[in-house]
Design a protein around this ligand. Structure first.
Ligand code: SF4
Length: 228
């Protein structure tokens, strides 16, 4: 029987974060995560407690339950011109490693897509993924042994950067925890209130990068740009 994939939403936008920031990409958000059930009443007991993503169900834009070929067909229709650039799909979630498998990787490659995944690293990955973005979470053991970019949300008291300096990654990014960073930077620019910036998580994060230059600052530029 063919595998089926539960997808929350599919949309075309710019990657906003990390080393691929600014690159056009089709985002495929898979339903479900293994570190939180996605409901507010489950947040307190979740392994990952700061999530700001809705990954429950299949009710978002182009969400549904699909076979590999149907899913790749829909993803392909989102790319404006398959003859221009390298079509790029970002498998995100939730935790996409719960569902991304050999069949879907092969089918996406056959359609010409370069494949990225944004994963918490707690589950094994199928071979052939072109860009692995690992975002480790405090209290959750990482089982993958390499990635292209390690993007650590900062600060997480039980997952501070020192724990990951020896991890096999090409790029090391710190990303200020979401509730603070983009909003504060945007409002500071408008008001010129530089004073408040120093107290923010963003300031602490960029200070950490300046003191530990193995790490680069990742800002959620899609929030600054007010796009998806
Ligand atoms: S691991 Fe990622 S998707 Fe899962 S709850 Fe945490 S931030 Fe959300």
């Amino acid at each position: 029987m063919a595998a089926s994939y539960r997808v929350k939403e599919i949309f075309y936008t710019l990657q906003g974060e990390g080393a691929q920031a600014g690159r056009p990409a089709v985002f495929c958000r898979f339903s479900k995560c293994n570190l939180w059930n996605g409901r507010e009443d489950g947040r307190e007991n979740a392994v990952c407690q700061f999530c700001d993503t809705d990954f429950i169900g299949t009710d978002g834009h182009l969400g549904g339950v699909y076979t590999a070929s149907d899913l790749v067909n829909i993803i392909s229709t989102q790319w404006p011109d398959l003859s221009q650039g390298t079509p790029y799909v970002v498998c995100t979630g939730g935790e996409p490693a719960l569902q991304l498998d050999d069949e879907l990787v092969t089918t996406l490659h056959k359609a010409g897509f370069e494949i990225a995944i944004e994963t918490n690293g707690t589950l094994p990955l199928p071979d052939g993924i072109d860009w692995i973005c690992l975002s480790p979470k405090a209290g959750a053991e990482v089982v993958i042994d390499r990635c292209d970019e390690l993007k650590l949300v900062f600060p997480q008291p039980l997952a501070m950067p020192e724990r990951f300096t020896g991890f096999n990654a090409t790029h090391y990014y710190l990303q200020p925890m979401a509730d603070y960073a983009p909003v504060v930077i945007a409002s500071d620019k408008l008001s010129g209130a530089k004073q408040s910036l120093s107290a923010t998580t963003t300031r602490k994060t960029l200070d950490y990068c300046l003191q530990h230059p193995q790490w680069k600052l990742s800002i959620q530029t899609h929030k600054l740009l007010e796009i998806e």
